[in-house]
Design a protein around this ligand. Structure first.
Ligand SMILES: Nc1nc2c(ncn2[C@@H]2O[C@H](COP(=O)(O)OP(=O)(O)OP(=O)(O)O)[C@@H](O)[C@H]2O)c(=O)[nH]1
Ligand SMILES: [Mg+2]
Length: 359
């Protein structure tokens, strides 16, 4: 798949083997019949996932693909237990789903910052011979080996790519918007399909509070995209993963009808791909107002959009930065409201490691 490195990753994970139990006997001067004293082996390390709200992509798993937790130590004489193998903790973006690569079964979903999930438990340590002693068997030679850990290929898939996705025809000024509002160095040029894979950027609303949201600059959409034209399906797959959309429309040198046709075309493609996409929250930005001198024309279009489509509309210019501040504050307020609504729905559970008897 073309852009899989950003929002999808296939990874090999292996939990540690359990350490062996020891079959040892106490041997000491002046202590006859010392008896069994072999301790248990330690449990193998677990594979643990933690959702981190500060991570936006799975790019960390693009090259590093094999994760193996340490095995537990074996038990020793003098009733010494083996140490537990070190766990492996993997940080993933909030909203990551983990699938079994073979069966396709959903293994876990991480929904809020700090959520922890033990994906695979390490093998249990073997029991030492001290645990087998009894009145009828005072010198057991039996000790159990440790259980093996589990190994499998899993697929991480991000359900959410960004808070805001930039939607629009090629050359609408989506990458320019990202460049002028974030630190991103997305390529801008005066030809279609400059952007071939999504670029992410963080818009800092309040630098002192590290407060901001993530914007994804997506490739342009053309007529027939839902049938695979242009960058088609890949593009629409990314739109699905954005919390809300900022629909960018280039108004320079266009008539009122052309502008509304552009808008309708994009919506037609979204609808063809998946009807649910049309229900996503959308804000409209009419871009390149710096080269449009007829203010009445701009206001007419704005009012018509607001009346007919019932959407919030902003007049902006990514070149002169006009109107960008208001737009950013509005997007920020919408994202915060959505976040609050979501948090109210999620039931946060405290971290509890899975018992080894639990499936
Ligand atoms: N005058 C003016 N030109 C702009 C503005 N915003 C973008 N442009 C120009 O429009 C052209 C296309 O801009 P891009 O940001 O590359 O457009 P895009 O939507 O990312 O295009 P694709 O990546 O091909 O989908 C560039 O030449 C920009 O300089 C603006 O506000 N005013
Ligand atoms: Mg672009």
């Amino acid at each position: 798949m073309r852009y899989s490195f950003v929002d999808e990753a296939k990874i090999f994970v292996q939990s540690g083997n359990g350490g062996h139990g020891s079959g040892s006997f106490r041997r000491e001067r002046c202590v006859e019949f010392g008896g069994p004293d072999g301790g248990n082996g330690g449990d193998g390390g677990d594979i643990i996932l933690v959702a981190d709200g500060n991570i936006n992509t799975l790019v960390a798993y693009r090259y590093h693909k094999h994760f193996r937790a340490k095995g537990g130590e074996s038990g020793r004489g003098r009733c010494m237990f083996g140490a537990k193998g070190a766990d492996i903790t993997m940080r993933v973006p909030v909203g990551t789903e983990i699938f079994d690569s073979e069966s396709g079964e959903l293994m876990a979903t991480l929904t809020y910052h700090g959520e922890t999930n033990v994906l695979i438990k390490g093998g249990q340590g073997g029991i030492g011979n001290v645990f087998f002693k009894s009145s009828v068997n005072q010198a057991p030679r039996k000790a159990m080996p440790g259980f093996e850990g589990c190994a499998k290929w899993v697929v991480f898939k991000m359900k959410l790519l960004a808070n805001v996705g930039l939607l629009g025809k090629p050359n609408a000024g989506k990458s320019s918007f990202l460049r002028s509002t974030t630190n991103s160095k997305a390529k801008v040029a005066n030809y279609q399909f400059t952007t071939l894979s999504p670029n992410l950027g963080v818009i800092e609303v309040d630098k002192n509070k590290c407060d901001g949201f993530v914007v994804a600059d997506l490739p342009g959409l053309i007529e027939g995209a839902s049938q695979g034209r242009g960058l088609g399906m890949d593009f629409l797959r990314h739109v699905e993963k954005c919390e809300m959309l900022l629909h960018m429309i280039d108004i320079s040198g266009k008539t009122e009808e052309q502008i509304f046709e552009d808008y309708a075309m994009i919506h037609h493609e979204l609808n063809e791909y998946d009807e649910l996409l049309r229900e996503k929250d959308e804000v409209i930005a009419l871009n390149k107002i710096d080269i449009c001198y007829d203010k009445d024309f701009l206001n007419t279009i704005k009012t018509r959009f607001e009346k007919e489509k019932n959407k919030k509309v902003f007049l902006i210019s990514t070149a002169s930065k006009e109107g960008l501040k208001d737009l950013i504050f509005y997007l920020d307020s919408m994202i915060k409201r959505k976040k609050l609504e979501k948090e109210e729905q999620i039931e946060k559970k405290p971290y509890r490691p899975k018992s080894r008897y639990e499936k």
